[in-house]
Design a protein around this ligand. Sequence first.
Ligand code: PLP
Length: 383
Amino acid sequence: MIYNNSSKIEIDKSAVRNNITFIRSQIGDSVLLSSVVKANAYGHGIDQMVPLLESNDVRHFSVFSSFEARRVLQASKNQPTIMIMGDVAEEDLLWVFEHEIECFVYNFHDLKNYIYAAKKLKKRALLHIELETGMNRHGFSPSDLDQLIGSLREQADYFELKGICTHFAGAESSANYKRICNQQKTFLRGIAKFRENDIVPDHIHSSCSAAILAYPEFNHDMVRVGILTYGLWPSTEMQLTYKIKNEIDKSPLQPVLSWRSRITDISYVESGEFIGYGNSYLAETDMKIASVPVGYGYGFNRSLSNTGRVIVNGMRLSVIGIVNMNMFLIDASNVEINIGDTVTIIGKDGSKAINVSHFGNLSDTLNYELLTRIDKDIPRNVV
Ligand SMILES: *Cc1c(COP(=O)(O)O)cnc(C)c1O
């Protein structure tokens, strides 16, 4: 593997432990925790996160595709349960059955394919039936249930019902309160219908990070938690609400990821000159500037042009000019820095910190989006 060494990412082992402990304290011992590691573990690295989570006794992982499921199995040191919430590529179907990977099924087309494959391979499909309850994305709608239950009864020998599930459409914002409650009602009606027909799943699950905090009564016996694992809140509103409700000032979560690069060049610009591409930044005095070898091609969003901040030697410095594909410039006037000094893009340096949500606000990017855009070829080291 050839890594991109112009910056590096650190994954904080003790932060993972802290966050898992926090999640468990919220859901209690009787609820099964599935750690969501889709999109390369929210940019943190499946290879690094899976063993770390396993060392914290996580044995259930959720991903979105058979490609990600393969990567989790490769990274695992135990025998995890892996659940695919999205798409199984046709060519991976045999592998999915052989490795007893569990899958969401959300339409009759896929159900038919799974049953067909199960018959052919003489194995049972391990299915989670996803119900459409109001997000209007994926799942069997209430009007499908009679037909669905009919098919399931007919094909009972060819699958194990691992779960019945749904997904909430924005539990992180109180603006969606009514919609989430309606989803819960529809979900409960669906579950009751299965029960009346003696179809009993191993698990019932609907909640993501936001839901375990805002609607703990909707946990059932299993939850699928992503963003909290990485030490980030699903939204600023949730963070504030949690702190106010619990009368605490300090977040119970610890960010797992830090992203650092280094100064590669220092130069001097005379007053009146433009800096970088075009004319977005005019030096109004004589300036000292420094370059950092990270750009939008690595996930440092172009919208951070003239607005981003980094930390060097414990000082917060501003991004100036347009972020390039492979580098950006910072204003180092009046500060003591040298080529080779560490540049913290996300994380702590001395008493200063730049967290993902801060960075996201500046670039108008969601925590989730920002993390998953960080180049996967930047080396990730567990510390
Ligand atoms: C991503 C995802 C989750 C986890 O969401 P978080 O907000 O990161 O906890 C849960 N369920 C489904 C279906 C998802 O796609």
